[in-house]
Design a protein around this ligand. Structure first.
Ligand code: SF4
Ligand code: SF4
Length: 424
């Protein structure tokens, strides 16, 4: 038995089922990423991380646990990782992005639940993902109804703390979120046995801000006429950001950015001049959901920005680093996190403003509004988003999809027609 299989067996995973996933992933990865031409050399790091996705990072998390540390699994970008790292614990993203996990979720959830929730529940209950096995405690949130109920089911299998996210953005809601962050701090302190001090929290605020700055820098190179990196590669990096060691991720991403900076100076582009620039907006694309980027970028267009949780929503806006009491830091965290514009808020004009601003910054020729099947929130908000884009004269294509490949051909036909329309 190799080291990885030994680790997975010790984690109580279903090895037979998990081996089936391990068989298909390398093929999918090769088709989407390794087939691209002229990739930056610094992508080697991210290739390695994804190639051994269930090996390298899980082993590090287990090492941390052996030294008495705790690991917390999260599902939403409103949950402040800063609190977790300040208690000498590790936060890791747990959102499921593969169809492989969906049938496991459907055993306990209604079929008309979004694939992200079904995959996340299936990955835990089917015991086919080491990250879901390793996390000592899950942190859920009251964002959408599907998630709220899923936490009750997952909570029967693993310790679960749920944060009550307000769904409006008045001053009293921001105050309520600061209180919820305080409650998270108490829970994390009790679970880890470690105190979150203002000094520790100040350090972790910087740590996570630095990660955000590196991602912001990475995205900034996509604003150039010459695109030094593909959209698929940036998506993969954004997905890795959710579970990699934050300090190492920041370092490696800045290294990649140095290379991209040089590429921009040298006029290097991964696509021919005049390639139409597409921005995506909508529901998150959790790892390993690479379907849309692959279809778009093999249909003669380039993805230049994602107004998504796996995109700009994750890194825009920093937490104020100048606060030095816990109370002020909690407020600063609440203020930063409440600037994220998710469709679970009402009203949510901020998201439309973001989309219009980003379309301009990234010089998008057209926008694809992506909805994961059965996500009512983003589907409904899509009406307002698409109307605002039409009013602004920006071409938009609305699509609904899931994790299966069954609609790939139909999507390719629709996306090719959209790109052709942009070209004419
Ligand atoms: S779409 Fe909304 S609920 Fe889902 S991860 Fe993003 S912020 Fe959280
Ligand atoms: S995509 Fe929509 S339904 Fe799915 S978890 Fe996110 S907000 Fe909920």
């Amino acid at each position: 038995m190799d080291n990885n299989h030994k680790m997975w067996s010790d984690l109580g995973m279903n090895l037979e089922l998990h081996d089936q996933l391990c068989e298909v992933l390398p093929q999918a990865f090769g088709d989407v990423f390794l087939s691209q031409e002229n990739r930056p050399e610094s992508m080697d790091y991210y290739n390695m991380v994804v190639a051994d996705i269930h090996g390298i990072r899980p082993a590090e998390l287990i090492e941390h646990q052996k030294k008495g540390g705790k690991v917390f699994g999260t599902f939403c970008i409103y949950v402040p990782d800063e609190i977790i790292f300040a208690a000498d614990a590790i936060a890791t993203g747990l959102c499921g992005g593969s169809q492989f996990w969906v049938p496991g979720g459907e055993k306990v959830l209604p079929t008309n639940t979004c694939p992200l929730i079904k995959a996340s529940v299936g990955a835990r209950l089917d015991r086919t993902c080491p990250f879901f096995r390793i996390a000592d405690m899950y942190i859920g949130e009251t964002t959408c109804d599907g998630k709220k109920k899923a936490w009750e089911i997952l909570g029967e299998d693993v310790p679960m703390h749920v944060m009550d996210l307000p769904q409006m953005k008045r001053a009293k809601d921001i105050k309520a979120w600061a209180e919820e962050i305080e409650t998270l701090k108490d829970t994390v302190e009790e679970f880890t046995g470690n105190k979150v001090t203002a000094k520790k929290l100040g350090e972790s605020i910087k740590l996570i801000n630095n990660k955000r700055k590196a991602l912001e820098r990475l995205y900034s190179y996509r604003k150039n006429e010459n695109l030094p990196i593909s959209g698929a590669d940036v998506l993969m990096i954004s997905q890795i950001a959710f579970y990699d060691d934050p300090a190492r991720f920041t370092q490696m991403t800045n290294k990649l950015c140095d290379e991209l900076e040089q590429r921009v100076k040298d006029g290097v582009s991964v696509v021919p001049a005049g390639t139409k620039r597409i921005m995506l907006t909508g529901t998150p694309l959790a790892i390993p959901n690479w379907k849309l980027h692959h279809i778009i970028e093999t249909s003669g267009a380039a993805v230049v920005c994602e107004e998504m949780c796996t995109g700009t929503r994750y890194f825009e806006n920093q937490v104020d680093e100048t606060k030095d009491t816990l109370k002020e830091q909690m407020q600063a965290l609440a203020e930063r996190y409440m600037q994220i514009n998710c469709a679970c808020f009402t009203p949510n004009e901020g998201r439309i403003d973001d989309i219009l601003r980003l379309a301009k910054e990234y010089k998008a020729d057209g926008i694809i509004d992506v909805n994961l099947k059965f996500c009512n929130l983003y589907d409904t908000e899509g009406f307002l988003v698409e109307r605002a884009l039409k009013d602004a004269g920006i071409p938009v294509l609305g699509i609904e999809t899931d994790y299966t490949d069954s609609d790939a051909q139909q999507l390719r036909t629709r996306i090719s027609a959209f790109v052709e329309m942009l070209n004419n």
